[in-house]
Design a protein around this ligand. Structure first.
Ligand SMILES: Nc1ncnc2c1ncn2[C@@H]1O[C@H](COP(=O)(O)OP(=O)(O)OP(=O)(O)O)[C@@H](O)[C@H]1O
Length: 675
C-alpha cells in the first residue's frame, strides 16, 4: 500500500503537470490546484523531492524586520491577544512580510524544536516560489484569507500542518504581509478550521485598523459601524480627516464599501461620500459620542453609528472651547484641543538624550533655533534618529499644534513627487483625482514640512522647491495663481550634500537655503549615553510585548561594546529580537543577534561598560541597586508588580514618589491607561 506521502506526491504530480488552463473555478480545491500548477510550471518545484522550509540567517531577517518597524509593534499586540485565545488548542502564530519571510512568531516554547523543524519559526521563508503551496505563500498570491489544510500543501514535508492565513494591508491598500495561524496536528476534516479562519480574519482586520490609527494619529478619524454601542471598538469603516473634513486616509473596510482604491477616496470631502454635513462632523468631534450616520444614495441607504476619534496628543475627551482659524472657520481637528500638553512640549527634545555632551549641545542649539524661522538641515547616519529629532523639534516649537507633514523624497516615485508636493487642480493630469489635491507643501502651512532624504530629490524638483522657499508660495499643477504658504522646513539626509553638489546632483543654492543651520546627529557608537538609550528602548520594547523582564549585565556589556552601523534603529531591532528569543526569561547575551554578541568590543566602549564582576550573574537592574538610578527594567517591573500605584512602588524601591515620576519620564515609561 503506498504511503500517505507517496500518494500525495503522485496526486500533486498528476494535477500540477496538467495544463494550467484545465484548472478552473474559485473554490478551495481550484485555488490549490492552480497553486500546484504554478509551483511546478512557474517556480520549477519538484514534488518528488520534498524539502524543509528555507530559513534565512538572522542578519537577513533583521533587514526584513527593519522594513516593517512600526507595523510590527502593532501586529505584535494583536498577535499576543489572538495567541491567548488559540494557544490551548495547539496553534501558533506567524507574521510574515509581503515576501513571505517570517518576521515574528509566537508559539509554545515547549514545542519549539518541533515548530522549528516544521519551519514555523522566525526567518522561515514561506513564499510559494520556495515553499510551494502553503497558507502564507498562497494567501500572498490570492490576497484573501485562506485555509491550507494538510494535503493541500504542495510539499510532502508539510502535509501534517494546518495553516490559516489572512493578508495585512497598509492604509494605502498595499500588501504588507500575512498573519498566519498554524498547528502541527489537527483533525482531518477541513471544516474543523472554520472558526480559526474567522478569528484570523478578524484579528487581521484589528491589526490593520490599529495600524491605520497609528499612521493617522495626528488626524481626526471617523469610525463607522453597524452594531450600536460597539462602534468605538469595532466599527469597520474608518476615514482619517484633515481640518476641512477632507479624506486623508481610508481603511480596508472603507475601501471595500466604497468599492475603490485608497487613492480614489483620498482628497474627497467626506461630506460628498456620506450623507453628513460639516456641522454634524464638528458636533461629533466635540461630543466624542456615537451618532447616527447614513451611507449610500437615495435608493439604498444604510444606517451606521459614527464616532469621531480625536488626534492623538489632543488633550482630554471633555468638550473644550472651539478654536476658529483666521477665516472664522471652525477647523475639525481643533474642535478638541490638540495642542500637546505644555509639559510634553517642553520635554520633547530633552527626552531624546541621556548624559552626552554632544547631544546636549545639539539639543540646546536646536531649542534656540526652532522658532527662529531658519530652515534646518539634520545630518546623520541611517537610523540615527533624524526623523525622531525632526518630530521632537516640531513638538517643542511654538507651531506644535499645526501640522507636521513628512515627505520621504526617496520613496515617492519620481513621476508622483511633483503632484504630491505641489498639488494639482481638477483635471490637470490624467490619473489625478477629479477634485484636484492640496499638495503636501500647502498642507504644512504654518506647521513643519519635513523633507527626509532630501539628497534624493530629482534636480528638476530642486529648482521648483527653491522657488517655493524664495517666494513662500506654491503653484499647484494646472493652477494659474500661486497659494501663499508659511513654510518651516526641516530637511534630513544621510548623504554628504557637498559631495552631491560637487557631483552636480544637488543644487548649491538650494543647499544654502535649506541649511540655515545644520544639526549633526552623532552616530550611536559615538554617544556616551548609549546605556540610557539601551535601557529606555529595552523598557519600551518590553512594555510593548507585555513582558516583565530584565536585561542581564552580560547582555548590556555586549550592547555597549557593539558598533551599531544601523544606529538606534538597529538597536531597537536587536532588543526586539532578543526579547522574542528570551520570552519571559531575563535577556542574556545568548539572546542577542549573533553579530552583536560576537562582535569584538571596542576599546573605549569596553571602558564605559560595567566591569565583568560577580554582578554579571545578576540582572543589570539589580546591579543598579546602590546607585541613584533605578534602571528602566527594574522600575517597569516594580510598577507592574504594584499595579502602577506610584506610592507603593516608591515604598518598595525606597525612593520618594517624585523620583519615581522623574525616572518614569526619563525612561519614557507611561502608565498604560495614559497611553
Ligand atoms: N532618541 C530616541 N529614542 C528612542 N528611539 C529612537 C530615538 N532616536 C531614534 N529612535 C528609533 O530609531 C529608529 C530610527 O529612527 P529614525 O527613523 O528617526 O532614524 P533616521 O535617521 O530618520 O533613519 P533614516 O536615515 O533611515 O531615515 C526608530 O525606530 C526610532 O523610534
Amino acid at each position: 500500500m503506498p504511503s500517505v506521502r507517496s500518494s500525495h506526491i503522485d496526486n500533486v504530480v498528476r494535477i500540477g503537470s496538467s495544463a494550467a488552463s484545465s484548472v478552473s473555478g474559485a473554490g478551495p480545491q481550484a485555488i490549490f490546484h492552480k497553486s500546484w500548477t504554478r509551483c511546478m510550471q512557474q517556480h520549477g518545484l519538484d514534488p518528488t523531492r520534498p524539502t524543509p522550509t528555507r530559513i534565512l540567517p538572522s542578519s537577513l531577517v533583521r533587514d526584513h524586520q527593519q522594513r516593517m518597524d512600526g507595523f510590527m509593534r502593532v501586529a505584535r499586540a494583536g498577535m499576543q491577544d489572538l495567541y491567548r485565545r488559540v494557544a490551548d488548542l495547539g496553534y501558533m502564530l506567524l507574521l510574515t512580510d509581503a515576501d513571505g519571510v517570517t518576521v515574528d512568531y509566537i508559539g509554545n516554547p515547549a514545542s519549539e524544536p518541533q515548530l522549528k523543524a516544521a519551519g514555523l519559526y522566525i526567518g522561515a521563508d514561506w513564499n510559494e516560489a520556495h515553499a510551494g503551496t502553503c497558507g502564507v505563500g498562497t494567501c500572498l498570491v490570492e490576497q484573501a484569507t485562506i485555509i491550507c489544510h494538510q494535503a493541500e500543501h504542495f510539499d510532502a514535508t508539510h502535509i501534517g500542518l494546518t495553516c490559516t492565513a489572512a493578508p495585512l494591508r497598509a492604509p494605502n491598500g498595499q500588501l504588507l504581509g500575512v498573519l498566519d495561524v498554524s498547528a502541527l496536528h489537527s483533525p482531518e476534516a477541513r471544516e474543523s478550521q472554520h472558526l480559526v479562519q474567522h478569528l484570523t480574519a478578524m484579528y487581521a482586520q484589528m491589526i490593520e485598523d490599529a495600524n491605520f490609527l497609528r499612521c493617522f494619529a495626528r488626524h481626526a478619524v471617523l469610525r463607522l459601524g453597524t452594531v450600536p454601542g460597539l462602534v468605538e471598538v469595532s466599527g469597520d469603516v474608518m476615514f482619517a480627516l484633515d481640518d476641512d473634513g477632507v479624506v486623508c486616509g481610508a481603511n480596508t473596510g472603507a475601501r471595500r464599501r466604497f468599492g475603490g482604491h485608497a487613492a480614489d477616496l483620498v482628497g474627497q470631502p467626506l461630506t460628498q461620500l456620506l450623507d453628513i454635513g460639516m456641522d454634524a462632523l464638528r458636533s461629533m468631534a466635540r461630543s466624542g459620542a456615537p451618532e447616527p450616520v447614513a451611507l449610500g444614495g437615495p435608493q439604498r441607504r444604510e444606517q451606521f453609528q459614527g464616532v469621531m476619534i480625536p488626534p492623538r496628543g489632543g488633550g482630554t475627551a471633555a468638550p473644550g472651547p472651539v478654536a476658529t482659524d483666521a477665516d472664522g472657520r471652525e477647523p475639525l481637528a481643533l474642535a478638541r484641543d490638540r495642542r500637546p500638553a505644555a509639559g510634553a512640549r517642553h520635554d520633547a527634545l530633552d527626552r531624546l538624550l541621556g548624559d552626552d555632551a554632544v547631544m546636549r549641545g545639539l539639543v540646546d542649539q536646536s531649542k534656540r533655533l526652532v522658532d527662529s524661522h531658519v530652515h534646518l538641515l539634520i545630518r546623520g547616519e541611517t537610523g540615527a534618529g533624524k526623523e525622531v529629532l525632526a518630530r521632537a523639534l516640531h513638538a517643542y516649537s511654538a507651531r506644535a499644534a499645526q501640522p507636521f507633514v513628512a515627505v520621504n523624497c526617496a520613496s515617492i516615485p519620481e513621476s508622483l513627487i511633483e503632484s504630491e508636493l505641489f498639488g494639482y487642480t481638477p483635471g490637470s493630469f490624467t490619473g489625478g483625482k477629479s477634485k484636484g489635491m492640496k499638495g503636501l507643501i500647502a498642507q504644512s502651512d504654518g506647521g513643519t514640512l519635513f523633507l527626509d532624504e532630501i539628497g534624493d530629490m530629482p534636480l528638476a524638483l530642486q529648482t521648483r522647491l527653491l522657488r517655493v522657499l524664495a517666494e513662500s508660495e506654491v503653484l499647484p499643477l494646472g493652477a494659474e495663481r500661486p497659494i501663499a504658504v508659511r513654510l518651516n522646513v526641516i530637511a534630513a539626509t544621510h548623504r554628504d550634500l557637498r559631495e552631491a553638489i560637487a557631483a552636480g546632483s544637488f543644487r548649491e543654492d538650494l543647499y544654502y537655503r535649506l541649511a540655515g543651520a545644520t544639526l549633526a546627529l552623532p552616530p550611536l557608537r559615538a554617544r556616551a549615553d548609549r546605556q540610557f538609550l539601551i535601557e529606555k528602548l529595552f523598557a519600551e520594547e518590553a512594555q510593548t510585548l507585555g513582558l516583565d523582564t530584565a536585561l542581564h549585565a552580560d547582555a548590556l556589556h555586549s550592547l555597549l561594546a557593539y558598533d551599531w552601523p544601523g544606529n538606534i534603529r538597529e538597536l531597537r531591532n536587536a532588543l526586539r529580537f532578543a526579547l522574542a528569543q528570551a520570552g519571559d526569561r531575563p535577556v542574556g547575551v545568548a539572546d542577542l543577534p549573533l553579530e552583536v554578541s560576537s562582535a569584538p568590543g571596542r576599546r573605549e566602549a569596553a571602558s564605559t561598560a560595567p566591569a565583568p564582576t560577580a554582578h554579571d550573574a545578576r540582572p543589570a537592574a539589580e546591579a543598579d541597586e546602590a546607585t541613584e538610578d533605578i534602571g528602566a527594567a527594574r522600575l517597569l517591573h516594580a510598577l507592574k508588580a504594584h499595579r502602577w500605584n506610584i506610592a507603593s512602588t516608591a515604598r518598595a524601591l525606597q525612593r520618594c514618589r517624585a523620583t519615581i515620576y522623574r525616572q518614569m519620564k526619563r525612561y519614557g515609561i507611561t502608565q498604560p491607561h495614559l497611553l
